[in-house]
Design a protein around this ligand. Structure first.
Ligand code: SF4
Length: 417
């Protein structure tokens, strides 16, 4: 896979915040040694957040997000500020860029406080030190006092003449949390040499000529674990299992064929779905499992929000628009109203719903998905994802989450509520 093929949702999101003209775009260009961000002496050149994907060694694939200045004013300025603050919901590492000539301002402190309140790893950058007429000791004092005011490490740089950029990269690498082992897709469930069977329907809804992203990423994780991935369709599953010669460690299926797959394989082989694996990978499986119980409590007239984080072309038997509403109505026997939200904008009125059913969110990074779950939890609205909801309405949730002890526990607890 080439560098450019790494999906944005799998890239580390590094966002730059600060006042207008603090040099955020110049910092991106200096770190990447490319002219990828528009630089201008005119304040407020960056309006909407700008995303630049690239390979930053040794971190790997990252996306830099250049944001509008937080000191922007007027009606448009307020809109830009709102968009800048929305970026925080997907930021893995925040860089606060400070104009060295002005020092730490109230705007810088304000953004630092917001970032820290969200527990985002943060690094300060004191930019434009080439314009300071100070001695080294004075610069050291300025850095120290900036660190005291902000509460995190600050690196002095000049984006114009590359001063301090090497130190900035080192500090950035040290700031990035190492969560690779914490959030595996499937690698922590299998051992080298294990067989893992993936059930992938190739129907009209499947994209032409390729597997979808969650399937590709799962295969990659299995191969990285030195295990063996066997890919089959639902109609060939029985034959595949008969011909393997060894019991698979796990079967992973597309949620839409859960029932058929469950019926076609022995109960002692662990079974789960891509969607459940990705809910766990994004760090919210237990919440989603608790949300499944809310399906049983739905009443006539309740409103359910179906949320998808992309705007894909609707299929005749679309999973979100058609199948899930039909399955929930059938399982509950209730007259339920469904609303739909597609794309990166999450509705502000989630508290109006009795339940949110969310897609796997493959277009979003973990922070973004967790932020949506947080919005639901804060509003007191249960949230469940497609895979967990489908497993529940088809009566196989317990089996599908049995490989995950914490999720199984959350389910048992929810049954006692
Ligand atoms: S609906 Fe959700 S899971 Fe499906 S492709 Fe779009 S973002 Fe990914």
């Amino acid at each position: 896979m080439s560098v450019n093929d790494t999906p944005r949702s799998s890239r580390l999101h590094i966002a730059l915040f600060g006042r207008r003209n603090a040099g955020k775009s110049s910092i991106i260009n200096a770190v990447t040694r490319q002219d990828i961000a528009v630089v201008s002496p005119v304040k407020g050149t960056t309006t909407d957040p700008v995303y630049k994907s690239m390979e930053l060694l040794p971190l790997g694939p990252v996306v830099f997000i250049d944001t509008a200045g937080l000191d922007d004013d007027g009606e448009l300025g307020e809109l830009r500020k709102k968009k800048t603050l929305e970026v925080l919901n997907k930021t893995d590492v925040a860089l606060i860029v400070i104009d060295a000539a002005c020092g730490v301002t109230s705007f810088d402190r304000q953004i630092a406080e917001i970032v820290q309140s969200k527990a985002i790893p943060t690094l300060g950058i004191l930019n434009k030190i080439d314009l300071l007429e100070t001695h080294t000791e004075d610069l050291d004092d300025l850095v120290r006092s900036s660190e005291e005011k902000l509460g995190f490490k600050v690196v002095p740089v000049s984006a114009v003449d590359q001063q301090g950029i090497t130190q900035l990269k080192k500090a950035l690498i040290a700031t990035v949390p190492n969560e690779d082992d914490k959030f595996r897709i499937v690698g922590d469930l299998i051992n080298p040499g294990d067989l893992v069977v993936l059930v992938v329907p190739i129907d009209k809804a499947a994209p032409k000529g390729r597997l979808i992203l969650p399937q590709q990423q799962t295969i990659r994780d299995i191969l990285e674990s030195d295990a063996i991935a066997v890919v089959t369709k639902e109609y060939e599953l029985r034959e595949t299992l008969e011909n393997l010669g060894k019991k698979p460690r796990l079967v992973i299926t597309d949620s839409q064929v859960f029932l058929k797959v469950a019926a076609d394989m022995p109960k002692e082989i662990p079974l789960t779905s891509f969607s459940i694996l990705f809910a766990r990978n994004k760090g919210n499986l237990e919440e989603m499992v608790r949300g499944a119980r809310a399906i049983d409590r739905l009443q006539d007239g309740d409103r359910v929000l179906i949320a998808e984080s992309c705007t894909h072309h609707q299929q005749p038997d679309d999973i979100g628009k058609v199948k899930i509403p039909r399955w929930i109505r059938q399982a509950t026997g209730r007259q339920i109203e469904f609303d739909f939200a597609n794309g990166m904008k999450f509705p502000d009125n989630v508290k109006d719903y009795s339940l949110i059913v969310h897609c796997g969110g493959c277009m979003m990074n973990r922070r973004q998905m967790l932020w949506r779950v947080e919005q639901a939890v804060e509003a007191g609205v249960p949230i469940v994802n497609y895979g967990v909801a489908i497993a529940h309405v088809q009566g196989i949730l317990e089996r599908a989450i049995s490989p995950f002890p914490l999720a199984s526990l959350a389910w048992k607890e929810s049954l006692q509520e």
